[in-house]
Design a protein around this ligand. Structure first.
Ligand SMILES: [Zn+2]
Length: 468
């Protein structure tokens, strides 16, 4: 038997910082290298990697969300010389997402340095960026695109294959096969699992067999709004804002959510359920990513491909304006009458959404529509929790606009979807490892898996290691 170990370097009994190490006699393969985003774990971004980067032979990337990809520039800076293998669409998205992350790191460091200087104190971490724009540019030559369903041999023992995960554009599940005395061992990494029957993307892949499964559990204890309920709520929000004479303001994540919302506005207007209202996507990053979608049509679902082929782009309709420049963004303020504004960031932690909120937050006729998870400590969460007044750019504003929420636009599988994905396995895997979830979600999914005949499950702790 060859040596085969699996070690959990992140997303272990918490959500962010996904990173798993496969170790054989010949290779050390990292699956994902994510940034920690939960406040309590941020310090780990600054620690040295649990495995020296120069000893890692390959990185396999499930998708470009920062909590899966965000430490790759640091890994390269600290000595990783191998290939970062990712899907072709992920390779297109990677520079946009990681450069944005680097700029945020640089701005945060400069801001902290200034503030600490004024206050005459030192923070818990150095006032330098975790990595810079230059660091991101330095790692781009190590990216190697590998299409879905094309098995790649990494060395004479290890092979891997990407399968569609249906989570965001380019997202993959990864099947790793290790040769062991003529007997293959298979590990499936679920990455983040998408929802079935979502617009734009193909459905998540399912598998009939695997020896080991590493599975996300973000929504292991909750179900979302049905797709129809989500669309109905969106339709009502637009019409309510028009009837009241206010604006509909939506904080939007730049990848997937923005494009999905544009798709829904287009569809609802086409069906006559809402008017072709002036709709602004006011986010240079979201606009850039929308262009990548248009270049990656072959990775979208059949319905969307058919739309494009018939000349009807889901990302174009009368009244839709994609705004990149600051002047364009400011010009939105001059418009009279009801409009829809989508802008980043998704949790109102920065970006142009704050400027639009300043103009709308105290107008009872406007609506703020929250369509994504709002983490503790963000302005989005404060408003969601009913805090008023709130501070924006140092000024206090009473919250008088209506607050509405839709949770059906999540890019993640819900409890029912996760159970469906597990039930596709015809034979119980030797073990299912649950990652990428808070305690309550993991517990709920653990109980479900234990209730299935002959299945074993583990929720690995940080740096826990398993011999496979
Ligand atoms: Zn993700």
């Amino acid at each position: 038997m060859i040596r085969l170990k699996l070690k959990f370097l992140g997303a272990a009994r918490q959500v962010t910082g996904s990173s798993y190490l496969i170790e054989t006699d010949e290779s050390r393969i990292l699956v994902d290298c994510g940034l920690y985003q939960e406040r309590d774990y941020l310090y780990r971004n600054w620690q040295s990697f649990p495995v020296p980067p120069h000893q890692i032979t390959h990185v396999l990337l499930t998708h470009v969300h920062i909590d899966h990809s965000g430490l790759i520039p640091k890994l390269v800076k600290e000595g990783f010389k191998g290939d970062v293998l990712l899907t072709p669409a992920s390779k297109e998205l990677f520079p946009i997402v990681l450069l944005d992350s680097a700029r945020t790191q640089e701005e945060d460091a400069a801001f902290k340095k200034k503030r600490h200087g004024e206050e005459g104190r030192k923070g818990p971490r150095p006032e330098i960026p975790l990595y810079t724009v230059q660091d991101v540019e330095n790692c781009l030559s190590q990216l190697k695109a590998v299409p879905y369903q094309q098995p790649v041999q990494l060395d004479d023992k290890v092979m891997f294959c990407f399968h569609d995960a249906g989570h965001i554009l380019g997202s993959a599940m990864i099947e790793v096969t290790v040769k062991d005395l003529g007997q293959d061992k298979t590990i499936i990494f679920s990455g983040d699992i998408g929802q079935w029957n979502k617009p734009l993307l193909r459905d998540p892949s399912i598998f009939e067999r695997a020896d080991y499964v590493v599975m996300e559990s973000t929504y292991g204890d909750r179900n979302h709004d049905s797709p129809q309920d989500a669309e109905d709520k969106l339709c009502n929000a637009v019409n309510d804002a028009i009837n009241a004479g206010g604006n509909l303001v939506i904080p939007t994540f730049a990848i997937e959510r923005a494009q999905e919302l544009v798709y829904h506005f287009n569809k609802l207007a086409g069906e006559g359920k809402i008017p072709y209202i002036m709709t602004f996507l006011d986010s240079p990053m979201a606009v850039e990513i929308t262009k990548i979608f248009e270049q990656c049509i072959q990775y979208l679902d059949d319905e969307t491909q058919a739309l494009f082929k018939s000349g009807k782009s889901p990302f174009e309709f009368p009244g839709l304006h994609l705004i990149e420049t600051v002047e364009g963004s400011k010009a939105i303020n001059l418009i009279k009458g009801s409009i829809v504004i989508m802008a980043g960031s998704g949790m109102i932690t920065g970006g142009r959404i704050k400027h639009h909120l300043v103009r709308n937050i105290s107008r009872p006729e406007s609506i703020l529509l929250l369509v994504g998870y709002q983490a503790v400590g963000t302005l989005g969460r404060q408003i969601q929790d009913g805090v008023s007044p709130v501070r924006i750019f140092g000024q206090l504003y009473p919250v008088r606009m209506k607050i509405q929420e839709i949770d059906g636009f999540s890019a993640h599988a819900d409890m029912g979807d996760l159970e469906h994905w597990l039930n596709s396995f015809k034979l119980p895997p030797k073990k299912v490892f649950l990652t990428h979830g808070e305690e309550s979600s993991i517990l709920s999914l653990e109980n479900y898996i234990r209730s299935k005949n002959g299945w074993t499950v583990a929720a690995p702790a940080y740096l826990e290691e398993f011999n496979l």
